[in-house]
Design a protein around this ligand. Structure first.
Ligand code: ATP
Length: 370
């Protein structure tokens, strides 16, 4: 019986000193990246940051201006696209409309004269839970099902590396969230190396074990989703990946384990190991859900940073939580607070006088200035 052999794991990918210049425009600035075999890796960034160009370089659809690309330790920089051990799943499924689902998945295998193409195609369809629809035409499937066929068609070739270019972009939000979890579990099952490109931070965080945040042709920060979220190193990462309250001021005291930053007359303490820069003018921050709202000044306890008194200038109820915007004299901009609507903790109304606090260990200090 046909059998897709996934015992063999995907290959690692190495981009070394990649630079890509289009006429009059540099899309990729000196990119160095290693993606371990069998990992689910996301390249995350805003439109135009160079994600698709990176993917096209790996697929062999673009040539780097300089630098080398290695897959499984083999230099493929000068290898043509169709000879690379790579398959790509695009946002548009590009299924053949006149062929059945089964024939669509088996198409490439037949062309390459692989033994038992239909048996292998059935197995790939079972993996994406669509084997019962094998006889249908693409037009008879929903968008999410068509995307799963496109995935089966890519996986059936057992590429060492699967490239996914915004593959869920055409799906509605609910289906997209469902497909994210399915894609992740399929990747875990087949063990291939997935390189996924997206501008959706939640998508990258949900699926990938490692995320590289790209901005203007460079990687700003790379790490596990929790690491990037809890400890952003640049203002771009702190604001692109979720929301942050950021403050800029001068370091006034260097203690053995922390820095103290004077922000408009208020001292903000950040643990040394959570601050990327320890002297001069620095930007420090805290995530909105880490900030507590108080209706009276909290007693100083040395473990919390306290700001206030401020005033609530906006309240938005979002179901799970309420978002407060607070203005504090001496602090530029408005602070954002997410408070869980759990029935415990403080709540406030528009115009109320409030104090804000957060545990020192929840703050972070950036390498650049906000
Ligand atoms: P999106 O999410 O919108 O697809 P992206 O991060 O994938 O964005 P790329 O498609 O990689 O971005 O493009 C990066 C930059 O390179 C963009 O500013 C784009 O205009 C430019 N670019 C891409 N291809 C070419 C080309 N063939 N010639 C000139 N400039 C190009």
């Amino acid at each position: 019986m046909a059998h897709l052999d996934f015992a063999e794991r995907g290959a690692d990918l190495e981009l070394a000193g990649i630079h890509k210049r289009f006429p009059g425009f540099t899309a990729i600035e000196s990119l160095d990246l290693t993606i371990p075999a069998g990992s689910f890796f996301a390249l995350l960034g805003p439109s135009g940051c160079g994600k698709t160009t990176t993917l096209r370089l790996v697929a062999g659809l673009e040539e780097p201006t300089s630098g080398r690309i290695r897959i499984g330790g083999v230099d493929v920089t000068d290898v043509t696209a169709y000879r690379r051990p790579v398959n790509t799943v695009f946002q548009s499924y590009a299924l053949f409309p006149h062929l059945s689902i089964l024939e669509n998945v088996a198409f490439g295998l037949k062309r390459r004269k692989i033994a038992d193409p239909l048996g292998l195609a059935h197995e790939a369809l079972r993996l994406v839970e669509l084997d019962h629809l094998a006889g249908r035409r693409p037009a008879q499937l929903s968008g999410g099902q068509q995307q799963r066929v496109a995935l089966a068609r890519a996986i059936v070739n057992r590429p060492a590396l699967l490239l996914l270019d915004e593959p869920l972009g055409a799906l509605d939000l609910k289906l997209r969230r469902q497909m994210q979890l399915e894609l992740k579990s399929i990747q875990t099952e087949v063990g291939l190396t997935f390189l996924h490109v997206t501008h959706d931070q939640e998508e990258a965080m949900t699926m990938a074990d490692t995320v590289a945040v790209m901005n203007k042709g460079r990687i700003e920060q790379l790490g596990a989703p929790e690491e990037l979220y809890e400890l952003p190193r640049t203002a771009f990462v702190a604001t692109f990946l979720g929301q942050s309250n950021l403050f800029t001021g001068d370091v006034v005291a260097g203690n053995p384990n922390s820095i103290t930053v004077d922000v408009g007359g208020t001292a903000i303490v950040v643990p040394l190991d959570r601050a990327a820069k320890h002297t001069g003018t620095v930007s420090v921050g805290v995530r909105p859900e880490k900030v507590a709202l108080h209706r009276s000044a909290p007693a100083p306890d040395g473990e919390r940073n306290v700001l206030g008194a401020g005033r609530v200038v906006d309240v938005s109820y979002t179901g799970v939580s309420t978002q407060y915007l607070v203005e504090v004299p001496g602090i530029a901009g408005r602070l954002t607070v997410f408070a869980q609507n759990s029935g415990v903790g403080h709540s406030a109304s528009l115009g109320d006088e409030v104090w804000l606090s957060w545990r020192v260990e929840h703050g972070f200090g950036l390498a650049d200035e906000a």
